[in-house]
Each structure stands twice: as C-alpha cells, then as structure tokens.
Design a protein around this ligand. Structure first.
Ligand code: SF4
Ligand code: SF4
Length: 381
C-alpha cells in the first residue's frame, strides 16, 4: 500500500482509507473482521463521523492491540440523541459525544479532530467565533486531538479553512460529478438544471481550492468518491455511464492536495477491489475516456445514503429505506432478498408522517417524503 503525507500533519496515511459509515449495517464481529482485514491490506486511516455506539465500539474493538497503527478521523459535533445522529454545535451534546468517542475507542487521543460538516458561511462564522472552536483548541492543547481537521462539501468553506492556518487537513467530497458543478452552501441547488456545456470541465472555484490546499500544505482526504455508488451504476450515474471503483479512486487521488480516499465497505471483496487500485494498469485507471464518451444526464435528487437527513421523529432509517427502494426498483421485480432485508428494518416507510423535516437536512435535494410514500406502496409496508 502506498503511503502519502497528509499535508502539514506529517502523518503518512494509506492512499486507500476506510470510511466507517457502513459498519453499523452488519453483525458486530463481522464488521470487526472487516476492519482487521483492511488493516492486513495496509489501510491505516479510518473516518468515524458516526456517533452511534455500535459503530464506535466496532472500531474500538478492531483497534485493540494495534491502536498505533491507525490514524483516526474523529468528528466533533456529530452527536447521538434519542438513538439518532444529530449534527450540533450545542456544547452540552458536543462534549459528551467526543468523550464517548475516546471511551469507545479505548484511547486517550484522536489523530485528526474533525470539525464536523460545515457547508454554509453563516455556520462557519458561528463555529469560528464561539465556544465550539475554543473547545477544539482546548482538545488540541490537552493532546486529546493531535491535529485539527474539518469536513465540508463546499470549496468556499474549504478555502476559508485553509486561510485559518490552524486547520491542517480537510475531508472533502470529490468525484467527477461534483467537480463539474459550482460551489454552493446548499447542495440542493447544485443539482438543479444545467446544460451540457456546464459539464465540460472542473469548476474553477474547486480547482482553485485544490490548488490552495497544495500550496499551503493542507492535506485532503476524500469522501463521497463514488457518489454513494451512483457513479458505479449506469442507471444512476449523472454521466449515463458507469465508472469502475479503480477509475473513481484514481480520479480522487489525482486531485492536487489529496492524500487518501475514504471508501465504504460491506465485504472483504470490496476491500480487495479498492486495494487492487495499487496494482491496476494505466488503462484500468483511465477515467477520462469514460467522461469524454458520457452522454449528458441530470442528477438532481439522487440519494447517496449519507444519513445526514437524520433525525426522523418516527425513527425511520431513511438512508436504508432509500437504498432498498433503489435496489428494488433497479429490477423488473422486487428481489426477495431485498424485500426481506427491508422488512427486517425496525421502522418502515409506511410510518412516515410526511413532516419533511428530513428534507431540509438532505444535501442532495431528495424528495424524501414522496419516496417514503412510493416505498410503502412498493413493499406494502
Ligand atoms: S418526512 Fe417522513 S422520513 Fe422524513 S423526517 Fe418526517 S417522518 Fe421521517
Ligand atoms: S435522503 Fe439525502 S441526507 Fe438522507 S441519506 Fe439520502 S442523500 Fe443523504
């Protein structure tokens, strides 16, 4: 596994990383094994934005006896309230959630203390001028975080972060589809209508941001590199063609300033596929010819299963419901395995009360309430 220096943190991270958000879907021991397998394959960086106890305990268990091998991106501001993920700057939730992270990881430090998910300038100003950022600095002084990072989807926020001088690395959403759209504080507007010419090159604001990162030695790690799987699927890809995992990994790793891409895994085969990038040929890595030959497509309202729409007052796992809906509607008939996985969920789409509070939190403009109705009809529950 090739290692790359993560900007001014000086950490040498594996260029293929581990995005932890799917760990929660599986049996505890199965997910622990997945992380251990990734460790054997040379993956040494894991992102944990998830606040739920199960995901955190899985990572904690997998790191037992090898804590020093792993570099952890641990998020500050991602909290667990009434059994659900809530992004907040309210210190009465932020502090216990971070202490919980340390406890469940059986550690007294997090390598990369991530200021969790800022996309708007208003929120940037709130965070940077209040007790939240004071807490982040305090954690660093106490050695509870070794470096300060930030996660964002907006290159304008990324540029502000670079200018602070104290933010050493950024977790940023990078894939060929996002790169061709201008920045926005509200990703729902990013996926509005546009004409074909607008998909012809990388948005200047984005390339300027990557350039700034490289010049200022601010390391980048990548999230949403596969656009929630949409870019791997011809039907859901905004380009109308499917990319391979290797091509998308190569795309992310060839942006200036990028050190590592966080990939989500369900199986060891998927880890093998991602790690296979290391030995892939130039032809296998070539994403440019795919983009060049792609027909134009619109991609508004695509669910990336990111989970940012939580919490739901009815406890519906919106991302999973959407995933099963997509899997089911890709086939002429609903596959039995998909239906049984859907039925095994604790709460179903039929419980949706249509409040739409989730839609305001969805960065991708998904019409969630409408999809819940369709899903309830599709599965009869
Ligand atoms: S619209 Fe439905 S899925 Fe969304 S938060 Fe309300 S109840 Fe939950
Ligand atoms: S509905 Fe939106 S916020 Fe929720 S999982 Fe899908 S993309 Fe993410």
């Amino acid at each position: 596994m090739k290692l790359r220096q993560l900007g001014k943190t000086g950490l040498m991270v594996s260029e293929i990383g581990f995005g932890g958000e799917w760990l929660e879907r599986h049996e505890f021991d199965e997910s622990v094994k997945l992380l251990k397998y990734a460790h054997e394959k040379g993956i040494n960086i894991v992102d944990c934005w998830m606040p739920d106890p199960k995901s955190r305990d899985i990572i904690g268990k997998a790191m037992e006896g090898c804590r020093e091998f792993w570099y952890v991106q641990g998020h500050i501001g991602s909290t667990y309230q009434d059994g659900q993920y809530v992004r907040t700057r309210d210190m009465k939730f932020v502090k216990p959630a971070f202490e919980d992270l340390l406890e469940r990881f059986h550690t007294d430090y997090i390598d990369l203390g991530m200021i969790h998910y800022i996309d708007s300038e208003e929120e940037w100003n709130t965070v940077m001028n209040g007790e939240f950022i004071e807490y982040v600095h305090e954690l660093k002084r106490e050695g509870k975080i070794r470096h300060i990072g930030l996660s964002t989807h907006n290159p304008k926020i990324g540029k502000l972060a670079v200018e602070t001088g104290f933010i050493e690395m950024i977790l940023f959403s990078i894939n060929p589809a996002f790169d061709m759209r201008p920045p926005t504080e509200d990703l729902t507007t990013m996926f509005g209508g546009y004409d074909q010419d607008q998909l012809s090159g990388i948005d200047p604001e984005r390339s300027q941001f990557y350039q700034m990162c490289e010049e200022n030695n601010v390391g980048l790690t990548v999230m949403k590199g596969f656009f929630g799987g949409a870019l791997l699927d011809k039907e859901r890809s905004p380009f109308g063609v499917a990319f391979t995992a290797t091509q998308l990994i190569h795309y992310a790793l060839t942006r200036p300033g990028v050190s590592s891409i966080m990939v989500g895994y369900d199986t060891t085969a998927q880890i093998d596929e991602a790690v296979g990038y290391e030995t892939a040929t130039a032809e296998e890595r070539d994403y440019a010819s795919v983009i060049a030959s792609a027909p134009f497509h619109s991609y508004s309202g695509i669910c990336t299963y990111c989970g940012h729409c939580k919490p739901c007052p009815m406890d519906i796992d919106i991302a999973m419901v959407n995933k099963f809906y997509d899997l089911a509607t890709m086939q002429p008939q609903v596959p039995e395995s998909v239906a049984s996985h859907y039925m095994a969920l604790d709460h179903h789409a039929s419980e949706c009360i249509g409040c739409q509070s989730c839609e305001a939190r969805c960065p991708f403009g998904v019409s969630i309430a409408e999809r819940m109705e369709k899903t309830a009809v599709l599965f009869g529950e």
